[in-house]
Design a binder for this molecule. Structure first.
Ligand code: GMT
Length: 374
């Protein structure tokens, strides 16, 4: 198939899934055209069968807001015509699904199909904004196929947008070979020279991730045992988090590592991974941690319980339950047998349910179904 993939090029989960899907599909012989405003970071080097098309957005004094969605639609038409795309797959509804819809109308051919994957905040935050609501509902109804990354997100979309049509659940996935203990050596001494336990969090530091909770949980654990905290990522909350670390006098034991291209190696230094988000439609990074055999401490929110099996691969507690999360972390870190069983189960869960080898063919089969409806 000739497939156009539209995504954000940034470090967010939707861009990661779109890029990994592009790589997986290209290895299975499909021709993939990525259409975005920059090269997604995971596709920076050359990959056979993957072509990158950057969308240029013109600025003009009249435009207070450059019309990216229109430039994207124009680029989609150009790429579709030049390379004979069979299908455009938009990751994250806003504004990609609207641009794909417009491109399809401009081409005027029933042959070009559109698929939209809903990732999370495109529904739960941005989607509920009055200024987008009708557009998103329309795009969900008009795409030839729609997928959601968890059962939670599927149900939430159907309820919030009163959607009757099918929304197929295709979970996030992970390359369990790359994200594994055996594929990555991490020198723990580098971060924890005195054998301290290493705790980790990685995100785009937006309020929804509650990174300050991570710091407060860490502070409680540190009152009991020697620990270090690795914070990976960048975003609007970083300054507040840095301030809190200073206030709580934790600077010596908290390392801000900034954005990292592949966190698999760092994951293998971690003893526990934290994801105490307010909302999480799936929690890709928790899956990546589990694939490396790292148990997860997180919040009982959204689709995270589909990823982390509470009491088996990690512990999930109510959003904001800092004391509970600290107590569960201490329990795991202090009982070797329990910890080892969580480690094993975490890896097993990634292999059994979310391996790229079994999820990528689900997308492929979904495309075929859509194309066969011609
Ligand atoms: O909402 C975001 O954080 C951005 C979004 C993205 O585009 O990166 O992340 C969402 O998509 C990921 C990949 O499907 C999911 O694993 C994340 O859980 C989801 N984030 C939220 O729901 C907060």
């Amino acid at each position: 198939m000739n497939i156009g993939i539209v995504c954000y090029p940034t470090h967010g989960g939707s861009g990661v899934i779109a890029s990994e899907l592009a790589l997986g599909l290209s290895q299975r012989g499909h021709e993939i055209h990525i259409i975005s405003y920059a090269t997604p970071f995971r596709l920076a080097s050359f990959h056979q069968n993957v072509f990158i098309h950057e969308v240029e957005v013109s600025s003009y004094p009249l435009f207070k807001y450059p019309p990216y969605a229109l430039s994207l639609a124009t680029k989609l038409v150009e790429v579709s015509k030049q390379y004979g795309l069979d299908l455009i797959h938009s990751h994250y509804a806003v504004p990609h699904a609207a641009s794909a819809y417009l491109a399809k109308q401009m081409i005027g051919s029933e042959k070009l199909k559109t698929v939209t994957t809903l990732h999370g905040t495109d529904i739960t935050l941005v989607g509920l904004d009055k200024s987008f609501y009708q557009m998103i509902k329309f795009n969900i109804e008009e795409s030839d196929g729609v997928t959601a990354v968890s059962q939670y997100l599927q149900k939430r979309t159907q309820e919030e947008f009163a959607i009757q049509r099918e929304i197929r659940v295709i979970h996030n996935f992970v390359d369990t070979e790359r994200y594994s203990r055996s594929a990555n050596n991490c020198t723990k001494d580098h971060f924890a020279p005195n054998g301290e336990k290493i705790l980790m969090h990685a995100s785009n530091f937006r309020p929804v991730k509650r990174v300050t909770d991570v710091v407060r949980i860490f502070a409680k654990i540190r009152e009991q045992i020697p620990v270090k905290l690795l914070l990976v990522g960048e975003g609007p909350e970083r300054l507040f988090v840095q301030q809190l670390v200073k206030e709580l006098k934790l600077s010596e034991d908290v390392l801000f590592l900034g954005e990292q291209e592949y966190i698999a190696q760092l994951m293998n230094c971690a003893d526990l991974f934290f994801l105490p988000s307010e909302q999480e439609s799936f929690g890709l990074v928790a899956l990546e941690a589990q694939s490396c055999g790292v148990p997860v401490i997180g919040a009982t929110t959204g689709g995270l319980p589909e990823v982390v099996e509470n009491g088996k691969t990690g512990f999930l507690l109510p959003v904001g339950d800092i004391a509970g999360m600290a107590q569960r972390s201490l329990e795991l870190l202090s009982k070797d047998d329990l910890y080892e069983s969580f480690q094993k189960e975490a890896r097993k869960r990634a292999l059994d349910y979310f391996d790229s080898k079994s999820i990528i063919p689900q997308y492929e089969a979904f495309y075929e179904e859509i194309l066969n409806k011609r």
